[in-house]
Design a protein around this ligand. Structure first.
Ligand code: GUN
Length: 292
């Protein structure tokens, strides 16, 4: 069994990106600039946005966090996005989700200029990804694909089971792995809460992507000997540790890992790859690689 070490790979990728930024500066180009919008004070969102700011700093990007109270109206937020869309100094923008209930997340996502949508959530980017055109791909599926690539995981002809059908992870990763080429050419099944015979379906899989947000859902009896298991879950549960909690993935790691050819740990697997993918998208935005 080999660990798919997202922490190590993302560290290497951050060095590559920092090198690209240095090169851009040497060529007299503008420093890539990411703006994150944070509404309200959701603890997890605060943490994610702080991570994004730290990551930007580490690779030499410019970054700002625009913080708004959860009393901001939808119209006011849309107006802020409009200002960012028109600001030529800003290359990429993300609006941290979830948003307060009185604000339509879909309206906000669709208000972002697709050229600056480094989260890859705008229907224009999702649609372009589905038909294989250049697009911003959302960070978690992009991070998974990169991790598979960097470990030369064979995907052609493999049967892949994706657990979970979210717009952010399940649907896009299923789509990407079904694309022609590498890493792709998989035969993909998307499983969800209504799936019958889930255990049997998982047991047939060469590759399992667990993205349901159900701690330790995938157990050893669901996994075939030699399977590749990618664990997207990260749930904070109370525990007898110094911090009072621990992070659990969607896979019961201790019993599943010995059966796998490759497996991602939690933490240190998909999480750091997700973080670095946002940086990748931001540098693509600054270089106008997706949209001229
Ligand atoms: N909330 C949970 N995941 C994400 C993400 O990838 N991007 C944004 N903007 N919000 C999130």
């Amino acid at each position: 069994m080999e660990i798919l070490d997202g922490k190590k790979i993302s560290g290497e990728m951050k060095k590559e990106i920092a090198g690209e930024v240095k090169q851009m500066i040497a060529e007299g180009k503008k420093i890539p600039h990411l703006v994150a919008i944070l509404v309200g004070n959701n603890g997890a969102s605060e943490t994610y946005v702080n991570h994004k700011e730290k990551d930007c700093y580490e690779v030499g990007f410019q970054s700002n966090v625009l913080r708004f109270p959860d009393t901001i109206s939808e119209a006011e937020l849309l107006n802020e996005i409009d200002k960012i869309n028109k600001n030529n100094d800003i290359d990429g923008v993300i609006v941290q989700l979830p948003l307060p209930e009185h604000i339509s997340e879909q309206k906000v996502i669709e208000a972002i200029d697709p050229k600056k949508d480094v989260d890859g959530f705008h229907p224009m980017n999702v649609g372009r990804m589905v038909i294989g055109l250049p697009s911003y791909i959302s960070a978690t599926p992009d991070g998974i694909v990169e991790l598979l690539k960097r470990y030369n995981i064979q995907t052609a002809g493999m049967s892949c089971v994706v657990l979970g059908r979210s717009n952010i992870v399940g649907r896009p990763i299923a789509n990407l792995l079904s694309h022609k080429g590498y890493p792709g050419d998989c035969t993909v099944s998307i499983c969800h809460s209504r799936t019958k015979n889930l255990k049997d379906i998982c047991h047939e899989a060469d590759i399992i992507i667990a993205a349901l947000g159900a701690p330790e859902f995938v157990t050893a009896d669901m996994v075939k000997e030699g399977a590749v298991v990618v664990d997207v879950g990260i749930t904070r549960v109370e525990a007898d540790t110094k911090s009072g909690f621990k992070l659990l993935g969607d896979v019961k790691y201790d019993e599943v890992a010995p059966k796998c050819s490759f497996i991602t740990p939690v933490p240190g697997g998909v999480g750091p790859m997700t973080r670095v993918s946002l940086l990748k998208n931001t540098i693509k935005a600054a270089k106008k690689e997706i949209y001229k």
